[in-house]
Design a protein around this ligand. Structure first.
Ligand code: ADP
Ligand code: MG
Ligand code: MG
Length: 885
C-alpha cells in the first residue's frame, strides 16, 4: 500500500486515510492557500505500525522519497548545517482529539544546525530557543522523560540568570539550558539526545503512532465514542516561525463566532510567538481585530482565506495560522465545534445566504443541542467553586432549598418555596417530591438510576451519584467533602448539564427556547433558528411523535410541544395517593362483593382521569395501557409494616387489625422477581373485575366526551403479552364491556385494542399476535430487560459502569436501543406483524422514543410513531426529521 501522501495529493474527502488534519491541509493546498509544504503518513501505516510495533515495510523508503521532494521544494535539507530544513511532526486522526496526542516541533535541529538556523534567521536567541523546545518536546514525547523535569530545569535556568518570563532568558542562558536538558535525558534514559535529524524524524513518527494508545487518548475516545481501531495519521510539515519578532506571530480564527454564531471573523492573536504559546497562555492574546492595525496586509489575506474556506466547506471553520515576517501561513483548518445556540443560528443563516439547503441545515443541528437550549443554565464563571460534582443526569439548572424527603418537598413547594430534593437515591415513593422540586440530587446511582430516568422524563434537573456527599436523611442534612454541612432549608444550586452543585444561589440564565416551545410564539435570534429547524423537520418527517402522559396537565404541555397524541398513558399513577386505600381494599377483599365494592369506588375516579386526558388531547389518539405493575407495589413496605405492628405490640397498644391483614397480603404476594411475576396482562387475567373496571372507565369517559361534543380517540393497550391467547382473552372482555357501555350510554364506543411488544416471545410470535391486535407498541424498556436478562434497577447501579469501562457496550442499552439484539427483535416483529396485517399501526413508547440515535433506528425500521416524555417531544420531532433526510 501507499503509506505517504504529499499535501498536494490529498483532499478533504480522504479524512479516513489522512486523518482530519492531513485531509484539510491537503484541501487547503489544493485551494491554493498558503500552506507550508509537507506530507502525510496514513492511518493505515499507523495501524500496521501498532500491530507489529515497528515501521511497516516500505514506509521508511516512502518517507525518504517525500522528504527529498520537500527538500527540493524548499531548497533546504533536513539537518544541513548551513540552512537546515526544520519540520513538525503532527498527529491527526479521523476525528479531532484536541491535545490528546503529541506533536513535535523544530525537528532537524542539532548542535550544528542550530548555528545555521541562527545565521539564516539572523537571530541567535531564537535558534537556541527553538533547539531547547525540540529537546524538551522530543525528550518528553519520544524518550519518555517526565515533562515536569524539563520545567524544573527551565525554572532553574531562569532563576540563575534573573529572568522572570521565558522570553527574558537570553542566548547564553538558553545555551546552558540546552546542556542541562541533554544531561537530563542522559541521566533519565541512559541515552543521548539523537543528533541525526532522520532519526529524530522517524522516532517522532513512531511516538505519534504510539500516542494513539496513550492513556489520555484512550480515555478521550471512550468518552467520545471514537473507535479504538482507527489509528492516527502523522503530518510532517515544514516549520514556519511566528516567533521571529514583532512582525511575526500566531493565532486562531473562526469564520463566525462559535459561541453565538454571529457572522464575522473571530479569534485571538499573539505576536512574536509560536503555536503552542497561544494555548499555553504564557502571554495574553489580543482580539484578532487588532491584527488589522498590527499587520493590515496579513489581516486582509487571512480574511480572504477564511472566506474561501467557508465557501468551500459551507460551514463554520476554525483555523490555526502563523505569520512569519509579514507572510501569512495556514497551519490547520476544520469544520469548527460550536455551542448549541451557534449551531442553530449558523444553520439558519447559511441557508439564508444560499450556501446550504434547508435539508442540509437540518442535518447540522441535533436533538442533543436542542435539549441544551431548553434548560436554564448556571453561569459557571460567576458561580465560584462547586460544593460537589456528580453525574450530569438531566440537564438544566435550578436553585432551591435543600429538602430531604418527598413530603417536605411537597409541603414547601405548596407554600411557594423552590426546593431541591436531596436523597441517597430515589424510588417511586419519592415521585411527588420529585414533581414538586426544581431539581433532584442524589449521592448514589448512575445516569440511568431511578432519579435520573424519572427526572429526565419530567424535565427536572438532576445530578446523581454525587459520591462526595454524605447524605443523612434522618438528620436532614448532607456533608460535602470539604466539610461544609448543608441542613434542611439551605439554598443550593444544581447544574444538571455539568453535574455540579453549588452552595447558595448561583446566577441563572433563562431559556428563551423553552418559552417559545411552551407558547408557540417565535422570537428573534436563537428562537427563530430553532423554530425554522423544527418546522422543516415537521414538514419532512414520516414518524409521528406522541407523548407519554398520564395527566391532563402533561397532555396539555405535550400538545403545546407538538405531540400528535399520547402513545402511552400509564394507569398506575392513578392508583396512588389517597386512592391507595381503595386499591388496598380491592386487594384485601375477602370475596367478590368486597372486591366489586372497591372497584366500583375506583371506577368514577379513573373515569374522571380519562375524561380529562381525552379532553386535553381532543381529536388525537390516546393510547391507554391497562394496569401493568404487580399489585404489591401499591401496598406498604413489608418491613415498615412489620415494624409498625411490633412497636404497637411492644408498647402494649392495640394492634391495628387492618395492618395485620395488610402484612398477610404483602407476605402472600411477595415475589422473588416481581419484574417477571404477576404483572401486566397476567394481572388482568387473574384479578377478577380489574380489566372490566378500567375498560368501563375508558368507555364511559369516551361516551361522556362524545356527549360533550368532543372527539375522543381512546386506544386500549394490553401490557406484557407473551402469547396471542392472552390478548384474545382480554380482547373478548374489552369488547363485551364496551358493548355494554355503548348500550347503556347510547353512544357507540369502539376503541382499537392493541398490545405492547415487550417480551422476546411476543416479538418472535408477532405474526400470530397481529391477528388479534389493532396496533403494536414496543415497550423497549422491558424488551431490553428481558432480552438481555438485566434487571435495570439492579444492574445500572451495580455494574454498568464497569461494563462501559470494559467496552462491553459503548452506551447503556437502556439509553440507546441495542441494534444487534433488541433492534433485531423489533425488526422481526415489524416484518412478521405486517405480513399478517399489512398497514398495522406500530409505535414505540418508553425512554428510547426520545433518544436521537434510537429515533433514527425506528424510522429506518418503518415504525409509524415514537412516543416519549413531553419534554423530549421537540427533540423527537427534530430527530425524526433528520432521520428522513
Ligand atoms: P494540536 O492538534 O494539539 O493542535 P498541532 O499539530 O496542531 O497540535 O500543533 C501544535 C501547535 O504547533 C499548533 O499551534 C500548530 O499551529 C503549531 N505547529 C504545528 N506545525 C507547525 C509548523 N510546521 N510550523 C509552525 N507551527 C506549527
Ligand atoms: Mg492544532
Ligand atoms: Mg413494560
Amino acid at each position: 500500500p501507499k503509506y505517504v501522501y504529499d499535501f498536494a495529493e490529498g483532499g478533504r474527502e480522504m479524512a479516513g486515510l489522512l486523518g482530519g488534519k492531513g485531509a484539510n491541509l491537503a484541501e487547503m493546498t489544493r485551494m491554493g492557500l498558503p500552506v507550508p509544504p509537507g506530507f502525510t503518513v496514513t492511518t493505515e501505516a499507523c495501524r500496521a505500525f501498532l500491530a507489529v510495533g515497528t515501521e511497516p515495510d516500505g514506509l521508511r523508503e516512502e518517507v525518504a522519497e517525500h522528504l527529498a521532494r520537500l527538500e527540493q521544494a524548499t531548497g533546504r535539507r533536513l539537518g544541513r548545517p548551513e540552512d537546515p530544513l526544520l519540520v513538525s511532526v503532527r498527529s491527526g486522526g479521523r476525528f479531532s482529539m484536541p491535545g490528546m496526542m503529541d506533536t513535535v516541533l523544530d525537528i532537524g535541529l542539532n548542535d550544528e544546525s542550530v548555528l545555521g538556523l541562527a545565521r539564516i534567521s539572523g537571530q541567535e536567541r531564537f535558534a537556541w530557543d527553538s533547539y531547547r523546545r525540540l529537546i524538551q518536546m522530543f525528550g518528553r514525547t519520544v524518550m519518555g522523560v517526565d515533562g515536569e523535569q524539563f520545567e524544573d530545569a527551565l525554572a532553574k535556568a531562569k532563576a540563575a540568570s534573573g529572568a522572570v518570563l521565558d522570553t527574558e532568558l537570553g542566548t547564553d542562558g538558553l545555551r546552558r539550558l540546552v546542556e542541562s536538558y541533554k544531561q537530563l535525558i542522559r541521566t533519565e534514559t541512559g541515552e543521548e539526545f539523537p543528533q541525526d535529524p532522520v532519526e529524530q524524524l522517524h522516532r517522532s513518527i513512531g511516538a505519534v503512532f504510539s500516542s494513539w494508545n496513550g492513556e489520555r487518548a484512550r480515555v478521550y475516545r471512550k468518552r467520545e465514542h471514537i473507535s479504538e481501531s482507527l489509528g492516527t495519521a502523522v503530518n510532517v510539515q515544514t516549520m514556519v516561525f511566528g516567533n521571529l519578532g514583532s512582525d511575526s506571530g500566531t493565532g486562531v480564527a473562526f469564520t463566525r463566532d462559535p459561541a453565538t454564531g454571529q457572522p464575522g471573523v473571530y479569534g485571538d492573536y499573539l505576536s512574536n510567538a509560536q503555536g503552542e504559546d497561544v494555548v499555553a497562555g504564557i502571554r495574553n492574546t489580543v482580539p484578532l481585530q487588532d491584527l488589522e492595525r498590527i499587520d493590515p496586509a496579513s489581516y486582509r489575506r487571512l480574511g480572504e482565506c477564511v472566506r474561501l474556506l467557508e465557501d468551500r466547506y459551507r460551514d463554520l471553520c476554525d483555523v490555526e495560522f502563523t505569520i512569519e515576517r509579514g507572510k501569512l501561513w495556514m497551519l490547520q483548518t476544520r469544520v469548527g465545534k460550536r455551542t448549541a445556540e451557534a449551531a442553530f443560528r449558523i444553520a439558519a443563516e447559511l441557508t439564508d445566504e444560499g450556501m446550504i439547503s434547508p435539508d442540509e441545515a437540518l442535518g447540522r443541528v441535533s436533538g442533543d443541542e436542542l435539549v441544551r437550549l431548553m434548560f436554564p443554565r448556571i453561569d459557571g464563571t460567576a458561580a465560584g467553586a462547586p460544593l460537589a460534582r456528580g453525574i450530569a443526569a438531566s440537564p438544566g439548572a435550578a436553585v432551591g432549598a435543600a429538602v430531604f424527603d418527598s413530603a417536605e418537598a411537597v409541603r414547601r413547594a405548596a407554600a411557594g418555596q423552590k426546593v431541591v430534593l436531596v436523597r441517597r437515591e430515589t424510588n417511586p415513593d419519592d415521585l411527588p417530591g420529585m414533581v414538586a422540586a426544581q431539581a433532584v440530587l442524589t449521592s448514589r446511582g448512575g445516569k440511568t438510576s431511578h432519579a435520573a430516568v424519572v427526572a429526565r422524563g419530567m424535565g427536572r434537573v438532576c445530578v446523581c451519584g454525587a459520591e462526595e456527599l454524605t447524605v443523612d436523611v434522618e438528620a436532614r442534612m448532607f456533608t460535602a467533602s470539604d466539610g461544609t454541612v448543608v441542613t434542611e432549608g439551605t439554598v443550593i444550586s444544581v447544574d444538571g448539564s455539568s453535574g455540579t452543585v453549588y452552595l447558595g444561589e448561583a446566577p441563572l440564565e433563562d431559556s428563551a427556547v423553552l418559552r417559545y416551545l411552551e407558547t408557540g410564539v417565535a422570537g428573534p435570534g436563537t428562537v427563530e433558528s430553532v423554530d425554522r429547524a423544527l418546522r422543516h423537520a415537521d414538514g419532512i418527517r414520516r414518524l409521528e411523535v406522541r407523548a407519554n402522559a398520564d395527566t391532563p396537565e402533561d397532555a396539555v404541555r405535550a400538545r403545546r410541544f407538538g405531540a400528535q397524541g399520547i402513545g402511552l398513558c400509564r394507569t398506575e399513577h392513578m392508583f396512588l395517593g389517597e386512592r391507595r386505600r381503595l386499591v388496598e381494599d380491592m386487594i384485601l377483599a375477602a370475596d367478590d362483593t368486597g372486591r366489586e365494592a372497591a372497584l366500583d369506588a375506583l371506577l368514577p375516579l379513573q373515569r374522571e382521569d380519562f375524561t380529562g386526558i381525552l379532553e386535553a388531547m381532543d381529536g388525537l389518539p390516546v393510547t391507554i395501557r391497562l394496569l401493568d405493575p404487580p399489585l404489591h407495589e401499591f401496598l406498604p413496605d413489608r418491613t415498615e409494616l412489620a415494624v409498625r405492628i411490633a412497636t404497637s405490640e411492644a408498647s402494649g397498644g392495640v394492634t391495628d387489625a387492618y395492618d395485620v391483614q395488610l402484612l398477610e397480603a404483602v407476605e402472600r404476594m411477595h415475589e422473588q422477581n416481581p419484574m417477571l411475576g404477576l404483572r401486566g396482562v397476567r394481572l388482568g387475567l387473574l384479578v377478577p373485575g380489574l380489566v372490566a373496571m378500567q375498560v368501563r372507565a375508558i368507555g364511559e369517559a369516551v361516551a361522556a366526551r362524545v356527549l360533550a361534543g368532543g372527539d375522543p380517540r381512546a386506544e386500549i393497550m394490553v401490557p406484557l403479552i407473551d402469547t396471542v391467547e392472552e390478548l384474545r382473552l382480554v380482547r373478548d372482555e374489552v369488547e363485551e364491556v364496551l358493548a355494554e357501555v355503548s348500550a347503556r350510554t347510547g353512544v357507540p364506543v369502539d376503541c382499537p385494542v392493541g398490545t405492547m411488544i415487550e417480551l422476546p416471545r411476543a416479538a418472535l410470535t408477532a405474526g400470530e399476535i397481529a391477528k388479534s391486535a389493532d396496533f403494536f407498541s414496543f415497550g423497549t424498556n422491558d424488551l431490553t430487560q428481558t432480552t438481555w436478562g438485566f434487571s435495570r434497577d439492579d444492574v445500572e447501579a451495580e455494574f454498568f459502569s464497569a461494563y462501559l469501562e470494559k467496552g462491553i457496550f459503548k452506551v447503556s442499552p437502556f439509553e440507546t436501543i441495542d441494534l444487534d439484539g433488541v433492534g433485531r427483535l423489533v425488526g422481526i416483529a415489524v416484518r412478521e406483524g405486517r405480513e399478517t396485517a399489512p398497514g398495522l399501526k406500530i409505535g414505540v413508547c418508553g425512554e428510547h422514543g426520545g433518544d436521537p440515535a434510537s429515533v433514527h433506528f425506528f424510522h429506518a425500521t418503518g415504525l409509524d410513531y415514537v412516543s416519549c416524555s413531553p419534554f423530549r417531544v421537540p427533540v423527537a420531532r427534530l430527530e425524526a426529521g433528520r432521520a428522513a433526510l
